[in-house]
Design a protein. Structure first.
Lengths: 97, 312, 114
């Protein structure tokens, strides 16, 4: 059972890291601010979610699992809102043609 | 060459890269953004050094509040950057050699440590159970070196008074010029409404659990300050004018109560900031609670800056 | 004999050197304040390594230097807040954010704006 859980952890964390890498590649390679925001928020939320999912079997008490999930939710909340604010600023400064 | 060691090597390399970027970046705003990232990486380094309280303080105060101040300053001073004259090449080379020598000297301290490691950990742990605290860093901060903590809080109040005194005379007692986000009912309002209650609970929890786990008054107070600043920036609450009596009482509440407890040590125990046996933990908790509140208000006001318009 | 603690112990002096270099050579005051913070954090890291090496009595690190670093971080923030307030006030008064006083266009009528 623990072997299966460990394999699940490794797979989930690796998938999450892959999404973080994809998001960073998008940050570096996309041409303008709005597309970069898109890459960052999508990839990082999914990446963090997969990592949290992968770490859940390693937590001893359920309170720790609740803390991990609430970390993911808080990062999603702040990430989404910050992305909205940045996109709003970019749109005001350079109106879409 | 374990995996942890490789992780630490990568962490240090990243840290030094970001620090170099801060020094050589062209625009001050980019450097300030990099500084926030630098602070978070540094917090990871502190966790690796088994200093969780320091990691919390670094992430909250060192990276968070300081970064916020620096970002604000960098954006306000953006147009002055064009006129800056960089130092000449010979001066830069000489300074680089000097800094390399200083760094090498400090590195020698690390690479050739004394044969006897002098540590105060046994003495710190010896009488910690008498104070009722479980966190040795809290024990050092509030029992063994409580004088330093009292002075540290007074330094914060002095810094606040100094920042206020930098306002022009006609604005003394006015409203700080915190830049409020001018779009009402925006997503920032949503964030403030959702995050502020959670943040307040987290701040109080961090203060409360600091007695036995990593945490404490400074870390919790900083989270409270951040929530207050978020609520003010989102426009949900007005920035208070600095002559409001309740505000000033809150700022001095922490150090006053701490000082009172310290002076009471002359009567109840055997000296300044000495605790009577058995009553140490309640006194420390009361002092820490007042300090958390004061630190929250003081840090929020330090972030808001000097008064820039007259109170209505 | 390199282990992770020695690695961090070398990172601290490197940050001190970087911060000192930025503090002296960069002409803009905001960059000087940034470099000063890096210098401070490098010093604190040195404290942290000494604390980690003093692990004893069941603890992972000597708590006294750790408490000193916490105090230092708070005081460094207070100093930074004051420095930035001074800098912004200088900018409001003179329109420049420079510590260079040999500028011939220096506005000499900077009276207290009361």
């Amino acid at each position: 059972m623990t072997l299966a859980l460990n394999i699940f952890t490794v797979l989930a964390v690796s998938a999450g890291t892959f999404f973080f890498l994809a998001g960073t590649a998008g940050l570096l390679r996309f041409p303008d601010a709005l597309t970069r925001l898109h890459a960052l928020t999508k990839a990082d939320n999914l990446g963090l979610g997969l990592i949290v999912l992968g770490l859940l079997p390693l937590v001893e008490r359920s309170f720790g699992a609740l803390k991990l999930i609430s970390i993911w939710l808080l990062v999603q909340l702040s990430g989404a809102i910050v992305a909205q604010l940045i996109a709003d600023f970019v749109r005001r400064r350079e109106p879409l043609s | 060459m374990t995996l942890t060691f490789i992780f630490n090597v990568v962490l240090v390399a990243l840290l030094l890269t970001v620090a170099t970027w801060i020094i050589v970046a062209r625009a001050a705003f980019s450097a300030a953004v990099a500084f926030v990232a630098y602070g978070l990486l540094l917090a990871l380094v502190w966790v690796e050094l088994s200093a969780i309280d320091v990691a919390l303080t670094e992430a909250a105060i060192g990276s968070g509040v300081t970064g916020m101040l620096l970002l604000g300053a960098a954006s306000r001073l953006r147009e002055t950057e064009a006129t800056a004259v960089p130092a000449g090449r010979p001066l830069t080379s000489a300074v680089a050699v000097l800094c390399a020598l200083i760094a090498a000297g400090l590195a020698a301290i690390v690479l050739f440590p004394p044969s006897i490691v002098f540590t105060l950990a046994p003495q710190a742990m010896a009488r910690l159970p008498e104070s009722g605290l479980g966190n040795p860093v809290a024990g050092v901060l509030f029992v063994y070196r409580a004088f330093d903590t009292l002075l540290e809080k007074v330094v914060l109040v002095l810094a606040l008074v100094s920042v206020w005194s930098l306002a022009p005379d006609r604005f003394w007692g006015g409203v700080p010029g915190l830049h409020v986000y001018q779009q009402p009912n925006s997503v920032l309002t949503l964030l403030a409404q959702l995050l502020a209650p959670l943040g307040i609970v987290m701040g109080i929890y961090m203060f409360w659990t600091g007695a036995n786990n990593p945490g404490g008054a400074f870390q919790g107070g900083t989270v409270l300050a951040a929530m207050w600043v978020l609520v003010m920036i989102a426009g949900l609450q007005n920035v208070p004018s600095t002559d409001r009596r309740a505000l000033r009482y809150l700022v001095v509440l922490g150090p006053s109560i701490f000082l009172t407890i310290g002076l009471a040590g002359f009567l109840l125990a055997n000296g300044f900031l000495a605790y009577p046996p058995g009553y140490a933990k309640p006194l420390i908790i009361v002092a820490e609670a007042a300090l958390t509140l004061s630190i929250g208000v003081t840090l929020g006001l330090l972030t808001a800056g000097p008064p820039e318009r007259v109170a209505r | 004999m390199m282990n992770a603690i020695t690695l961090f112990g070398l990172c601290g002096p490197a940050l001190v050197g970087l911060g000192l270099f930025g503090l002296i050579t960069n002409p803009q005051p905001v960059r000087k304040i940034l470099a000063f913070n890096i210098l401070g954090s490098g010093t604190f890291l040195l404290f942290g390594v000494i604390a980690r090496r003093g692990a004893a009595a069941g603890l992972d690190g000597d708590p006294v230097p750790q408490a000193l670093v916490i105090t230092g971080i708070v005081v460094a923030f207070a100093a930074t807040a004051m420095a930035i307030a001074l800098l912004l006030r200088l900018f409001e008064e003179t329109g420049r954010a420079s510590l260079n006083s040999s500028n011939p266009n220096n506005a000499s009528e900077t009276t207290d704006a009361s």
